[in-house]
Design a protein around this ligand. Structure first.
Ligand code: HEM
Length: 156
């Protein structure tokens, strides 16, 4: 077998869709109570946490369900357009997600967390920039696929 076929995806390493739904469940409970970003999400649909878990699952190498069932990248982009996300709001989103990763028991190994945080930093900065009124956005693109980067899973 090639090294590529034996290296687990970030999705599998995280614990699959169930673990990602646990993560977003904990996360949006915190978000809704938060004074900085709570108001942005006051009218979100009850399916929102599950949809974000499905998005993350696809990004991390799991099934392409956001693309197949939920409108793919253009739909995700549409949710952020004109929201005018500020840097303090972006940063709070990141902080609450990382707290939630600990609470939801996502793998805590340095390799997984480095890749996870890398995507979250990239994705939130992109979401913030795309959310500015009048932003010049890329309207059509595939859902990104994130890998381990320079630190593949370490197994002693
Ligand atoms: C990696 C970063 C991010 C990802 C993966 C992400 C993902 C998503 C997805 C998938 C949706 C659509 C959910 C659905 O289909 O129902 C969504 C909606 C939304 N996102 Fe994000 N997002 C990110 C960053 C942010 C940030 C930083 C903010 C603001 C601080 C934000 C605010 C929102 C809002 C307000 C909505 C719409 C909520 C509503 O339906 O009322 N997002 N996001």
């Amino acid at each position: 077998m090639t090294e590529e076929s034996t290296t687990p995806t970030l999705y599998d390493w995280a614990g699959g869709g169930e673990a990602l739904e646990r993560l977003t469940g904990v996360f949006y409970d915190k978000v809704l109570k938060d004074d900085v970003i709570g108001p942005l999400f006051a009218h979100m649909s009850p399916d929102h946490p599950q949809h974000v878990a499905i998005w993350l699952g696809e990004v991390f190498g799991g099934p392409a369900r956001y693309t197949d069932e939920l409108g793919g990248y253009p739909q995700m982009l549409a949710h952020h357009i004109d929201k005018g996300i500020t840097e303090p709001q972006r940063r709070r989103w990141v902080d609450l997600l990382l707290d939630s990763a600990d609470e939801a028991g996502l793998p805590a190994d340095p390799e997984f967390r480095a890749a996870f945080v890398g995507y979250i930093e990239w994705g939130t900065r992109l979401a913030m920039s795309n959310s500015q009124p009048g932003a010049d956005v890329v309207g059509e693109a595939p859902v990104p696929r994130w890998g381990w980067g320079v630190a593949p899973p370490y197994q002693p």
